[in-house]
Design a protein around this ligand. Structure first.
Ligand code: ZN
Length: 149
């Protein structure tokens, strides 16, 4: 996908995160690990959730794929450090609804940090899975480590 498809305002952020991937490199002793594939694009991520008591200590990950999938995982890793699991789930839900807004939702949710840069992806439905990949992996990892019921 050409970079010109994105708002130039957010383009730099996307490129930055896809080059300098935050949280990249699996750390030992995860509370949960999830491997996730996006077959339509060939993106792949292995994500580890690290808990510090009641909070998310960090998300470490490794993977390969398109710039969107890699940048999205990097942004996610930045965002959830130190968050309680409930807040993480809220952010994942907000991210999902932003991506499903098809560009209608112009007010990108502030709580998403750098990941608001991906709101333009909502105009390109085939790429939504790329952006969601790591987030769905974290959702699964949270469910394993801190089940909702
Ligand atoms: Zn992709």
């Amino acid at each position: 996908m050409a970079n010109s498809d994105f708002d130039s305002l957010y383009q730099d952020l996307l490129i930055e995160h896809s080059k300098q991937r935050h949280g990249f490199g699996l750390q030992p002793e995860p509370a949960a690990e999830v491997h996730s594939l996006n077959r339509s694009c060939g993106d792949e991520v292995t994500l580890r959730l690290h808990m510090d008591g009641e909070r998310v200590e960090a998300v470490s990950w490794e993977g390969q794929g398109c710039a969107i999938s890699q940048a999205s995982a990097s942004m996610l890793s930045d965002l959830v450090q130190g968050m309680p699991p409930e807040e993480c789930r809220d952010c994942i839900a907000a991210f999902r609804s932003m991506l499903q807004s098809r560009g209608k939702d112009q007010d990108a949710p502030e709580q998403l940090g750098d990941a608001v840069a991906l709101h333009g992806v909502s105009m390109y439905p085939p790429r939504i899975k790329c952006a969601m990949l790591a987030w769905v992996a974290l959702e699964d990892a949270l469910e394993q480590a801190v089940p909702t019921n």
